[in-house]
Design a protein around this ligand. Structure first.
Ligand SMILES: Nc1ncnc2c1ncn2[C@@H]1O[C@H](COP(=O)(O)OP(=O)(O)O)[C@@H](O)[C@H]1O
Ligand SMILES: [Mg+2]
Length: 240
């Protein structure tokens, strides 16, 4: 019997409200959507529209107030604490606006830290992913010796080295100029095209939506549209 492959992410009625009583903020309300595996998905919306909240729920960094989310067929609500830790380590890679590198460790050591936690051959895998994001010759540099774009590529390498099927990226180009931003997006695109990973990029930059397979638009905590792009623009052709 053939089985339909499970979606990368399936959310139903997903909601998150912060605060209590009259101070309640509905950060995300009733989000229902499905993302197939192996897509580059852009989550687009203005500041305060609930993008980070949605990413945090999918990353099991916080629990929803209502609704449910399944990743690769497994409902996150069903995970116990140990399984949730495993999930955050192995299933998802996180990439943030401000890189989050350990300043006292070199590029290679920052990546190796996660390589060692997630499998054997850590040194080899570290060298491979640094090469992959174009930083083979910067492996022994400390974060302070790298440009913003290079630091962000180290953080992508860190996400890739785990081999996690899902990469969650919160405004990954928000702190970068366009040229370095495009290189970073190219590295993320490679994760989808060459390895079949699923990449979810949160941004308020509408131009980035042009390179996506699918665009989810958020406004005031609600999904206002989900659209599949008929044709995609290559990252290096984006201009903003
Ligand atoms: N920890 C929190 N406590 C209270 N309100 C929050 C918290 N996190 C986010 N919010 C509110 O939820 C809404 C959505 O926030 P967020 O998901 O960060 O939006 P975005 O990432 O699109 O800028 C905003 O109104 C924000 O102020
Ligand atoms: Mg945000």
């Amino acid at each position: 019997m053939s089985e339909t492959p499970s979606a990368a992410i399936r959310a139903r009625g997903l909601s998150k409200t912060y605060g209590v009583g009259s101070a309640q903020v509905p950060a995300l309300a009733d989000a229902t959507f499905e993302i197939p595996q192996g897509e580059f998905v852009v989550l687009l919306g203005p500041s305060g529209s609930g993008k980070t909240t949605l990413l945090n729920l999918v990353g099991a960094l916080e629990p929803p107030t209502a609704g449910e989310v399944e990743v690769l067929g497994a409902p996150l609500a069903g995970l116990n604490e140990r399984q949730r830790t495993e999930y955050r380590l192995h299933t998802v890679g996180f990439i943030f606006q401000f890189f989050n590198l350990v300043p006292a460790l070199t590029a290679a050591e920052n990546v190796a830290l996660l390589a060692e936690l997630t499998g054997s051959d850590a040194q080899k895998r570290t060298a491979e992913v640094l090469e992959r994001v174009g930083l083979g010759d910067r492996a022994d540099h400390f974060p302070a010796e790298l440009s913003g774009g290079e630091q962000q590529r180290v953080s992508i390498a860190r996400g890739l080295v785990k081999g996690s099927p899902l990469l969650l990226c919160d405004e990954p180009t928000g702190a970068l100029d366009i040229e370095t931003g495009v290189r970073v997006l190219g590295a993320l695109d490679g994760a989808v095209r060459d390895f079949g990973r699923t990449v979810l990029v949160v941004t308020h930059n509408a131009v980035i939506a042009d390179m996506a397979d699918r665009v989810i638009r958020l406004q005031d905590g609600r999904i206002v549209s989900v659209q599949r792009n008929e044709s995609r623009v290559a990252p290096e052709e984006l201009v903003w």
